[in-house]
Design a protein around this ligand. Structure first.
Ligand code: NAP
Length: 299
């Protein structure tokens, strides 16, 4: 099978399309014939050595897949032919990937849209739980137009919260479509938020970083009920860096996928697709940190 592998940390050029052995599922694992692989910021951060990766080289890359179960381990809960979305083991940028954390892909959802759900929904739901956001409270979301931010806004709105979301000037209408009151990020953001919510905000979910935490602390009057998933300086400022890596809320992911399939939840934009062989270009686009819609490798 074809798969993307890399032999050292570095720029996008270290990613290579290679011939690799077909992985065999054991225990509860299944092998998924990958139709779409999600390109997440964590992928290029790992490739650059900014996040821990598996100890061995050459390595696979990518954690998020949508596809069709193609072979099952002896204890697997899935059958050959099931359409699934979820997390891959050992590299999702590949024609076939092993997996255990999966949910059924709703029939009405394409593979490219389905693969936009697992990481975003799981991170958004976990972060909202950590912030204990309740109905009637005001939540501020930085980076509300992104993959995770979009899910944070829609899950918080569904839970009855009032949401203010930041995005670039170009993406204000998109954030409003998710149900948030939009404003732009950058210089003066605290004053703009205060104008929208003169009585303050109850919690802050930073999905983008870029030096937003000072404004968040100013708006909250302290570090209580602020989380970031993107700002590495969080600990220095006494803010909680939230990560749900490895802990998956499969029920929530399945529910969100169904809501996306019925149109109750919307994705930030249509998937921006690349062939598997162009993984480097896909990651280069992800590194810009802008643009609407999930970046997806079609396999
Ligand atoms: N800790 C975890 O468990 C976890 C899990 C998932 C993701 N993450 C991290 O969360 C971040 C977002 O991931 P994603 O998949 O949602 O990325 P994404 O889809 O690329 O979204 C990036 C977001 O950042 C916004 N942005 C860009 N420049 C900004 C600035 N200067 N100030 C404020 N916002 C800015 C973008 O807005 P515009 O497009 O409107 O400019 C967009 O809303 C990444 O850093 C990722 O590594 C962490």
């Amino acid at each position: 099978m074809h798969a993307i592998r890399y032999e050292r940390v570095g720029g996008p050029e270290v990613l290579r399309l290679v011939e690799a052995p077909l992985p065999e599922p054991g225990g509860e694992q299944v092998r998924v014939a990958v139709r779409a692989a999600g390109v997440n910021p964590a992928d290029w951060k790992t490739r650059q050595g900014l996040m821990p990766g598996p100890p061995e080289f050459p390595r696979g890359i990518g954690v998020e897949i949508a596809g069709v179960v193609d072979a099952v381990g002896p204890d697997a809960a899935w059958r050959v032919g099931d359409e699934v979305i979820g997390w891959s083991v050992g590299g999702g940028y590949a024609e076939y990937a092993l997996a255990t954390s999966l949910v059924a892909k709703p029939g009405g959802l394409s593979f490219a849209d389905g693969v936009a759900v697992p990481v975003a929904a799981n991170t958004a739901g976990g972060g909202l739980e950590a912030l204990a956001v309740k109905s009637g409270e005001t939540l501020l979301v930085n980076g509300a137009s992104g993959a995770v931010g979009a899910m944070v806004v829609q899950l918080a709105r569904a839970a009855g919260a009032d949401v203010i979301g930041t995005a670039s000037a170009a993406n204000q209408a998109v954030v409003a479509r998710f149900g948030a009151r939009p404003t732009t990020y950058g210089e003066g953001v605290a004053a703009r938020v205060r104008e929208i919510a003169p009585r303050g905000v109850d919690a802050v979910f930073d999905c983008a970083g870029h030096g937003f935490l000072d404004a968040a602390i100013e708006l909250r009057g302290g570090t209580d009920r602020i989380i970031t998933i993107a700002d590495g300086t969080a600990a220095d400022k006494g803010v909680r860096f939230y990560s749900r890596a490895g802990a998956t809320a499969l029920d929530l992911v399945e529910k969100v996928a169904q809501r996306v399939a019925t149109g109750e939840f919307v994705l930030p934009g249509p998937a921006r697709t690349y062939p598997l062989a162009e993984a480097a270009a896909a990651q280069t686009e992800s590194e810009t940190g802008h643009g609407l819609g999930k970046i997806v490798l079609l396999v």
